[in-house]
Design a protein around this ligand. Structure first.
Ligand code: GAL
Length: 415
């Protein structure tokens, strides 16, 4: 026996400690450099509490592959304790009766007081907490390599007109203007930033959140689609199928000038030892400085058997919302804490801008949920409209008019 266990045994505590040690199996898709560093912090925190961490990582940015694997595990009656699930999908799983009630943890730790109400309500089903949030990612960012811009004599763009001027200059300088990965969630990540920048927050909400047919087929949507398609002309021939982090690596190396991506991309820059404002620049996607597309990562807690594993699950939910975890995880992940009133002293200027803009856009009515990242519409509708947008991106014969009809039809048939 070690000295500590002798002392615990003497105090009659060892049995109690062991009885509470359980296993927590966690499904996530955080496998890129920055993501894995952030996930490791969560693992370490659970192990420090004496629990066993069973890693259930399913690679694939955006999580499509992870969701497919999750379905088969739940259907076979063997869900993980926690799975990275967001937005309306939380409600879909709760309706199936698959999720556990986390009210005891949430009430004891005052989650209602520590979360923005709009976010808290998405984590509850019929008034009960069934998921715990880790962060707020901003999706509408543009990442740029200042060296590449210098070489091209170009200015980091803040409008779509400037974006195409910069893209031309980068091209002439022999730099790939836009680093892109041709996967449908990445296509849509670009598309929704274009929609927000060209159409504005009200258009975005009406067309892509409320799915109003008159907005899905409109002069504004036509402009959005043609602008989106124009971006493709500045991507390279190897873009199809490329993972998002490999696209970020192109900007890190200076092979490409810019990338439209959420701030998990910052996690890659940081993991590569790059310094914001010096080695890379973050600016809001063109035309979206006053708006904010949010993507909140959260873990839904599934019903698990055994008191030890249930305790481990509750400790997991509690750890996630602790200020210590919210700080260290988000410093690595590129996002900002979802817990309110946190001290952001250790965070960089991109994170501070994100935090300020989150509050300002929320007050100004221009805080919008990301469709590409599962925050806005039911998963069937999301899948259907993503497919249409990617068809348009990939097929140069498709016209905007045909695509608008397909968007309206896709929404209708997915309901
Ligand atoms: C998002 C997720 C982020 C990040 C990204 C790329 O959907 O919210 O945390 O991991 O996918 O994998």
């Amino acid at each position: 026996m070690t000295r500590i266990s002798v002392a615990l045994a003497a105090a009659g505590l060892m049995g109690a400690t062991l009885a509470q040690a359980g296993e927590v199996e966690v499904l996530h898709w955080w496998t890129s450099g920055g993501e894995a560093k952030a996930a490791a912090e969560l693992k370490a925190m659970m192990q420090a509490k004496g629990h066993t961490w069973k890693d259930f990582a399913v690679a694939g940015g955006g999580g499509d592959a992870a969701m497919t694997v999750l379905k088969s595990r739940v259907v076979s009656g063997n869900p993980p304790a926690a799975a990275q699930i967001k937005g309306p999908s939380i409600q879909e799983w709760a309706r199936e009766g698959a999720l556990a009630n986390m009210d005891a943890v949430a009430n004891a730790n005052k989650w209602d007081d520590l979360l923005p109400p709009v976010i808290a309500s998405g984590l509850k089903y019929e008034g009960h907490y069934v998921a715990a949030p880790v962060n707020v990612h901003r999706v509408n960012w543009l990442w740029a390599n200042p060296e590449a811009f210098k070489k091209a004599g170009a200015k980091v763009p803040t409008t779509w007109d400037e974006f195409f001027v910069a893209a031309e200059a980068l091209k002439k300088a022999g730099v790939i203007p836009v680093a892109h990965g041709g996967q449908n969630w990445q296509d849509f990540t670009t598309f929704e930033s274009v929609a927000l920048g060209v159409g504005g927050a009200d258009f975005y909400k009406k067309a892509l959140v409320q799915l109003d047919p008159g907005s899905l087929k409109s002069a504004t949507m036509e402009k959005v689609l043609t602008t989106f398609k124009k971006v493709k002309g500045y991507t390279d021939a190897n873009a199809p199928g490329r993972d998002w982090n490999l696209a970020t690596a192109m900007v890190i190396k200076g092979d490409a000038g810019m990338q439209l991506m959420g701030d998990w991309a910052k996690g890659e820059f940081l993991a590569a030892g790059k310094v914001p404002g010096k080695d890379f620049v973050c600016v809001a996607a063109p035309g979206t400085a006053k708006s904010y597309t949010y993507n909140v990562d959260s873990f839904a807690l599934f019903r698990v058997k055994g008191a030890d594993n249930q305790k481990a699950q509750q400790d997991f939910a509690q750890a996630i919302m602790s200020p210590e975890f919210q700080e260290v995880f988000n410093l690595n992940k590129g996002s900002i804490p979802v817990r309110l009133n946190m001290n952001l002293a250790k965070f960089d200027s991109c994170a501070k801008t994100s935090a300020t803009d989150f509050v300002a856009s929320s007050k100004g009515g221009s805080l919008v949920p990301s469709i590409a990242h599962g925050m806005a519409v039911p998963s069937a509708t999301e899948g259907a409209i993503k497919d249409v947008v990617s068809q348009f991106w990939n097929d140069d014969k498709l016209t905007a008019t045909v695509v608008m009809d397909r968007l309206v039809a896709a929404v209708k048939s997915s309901k």
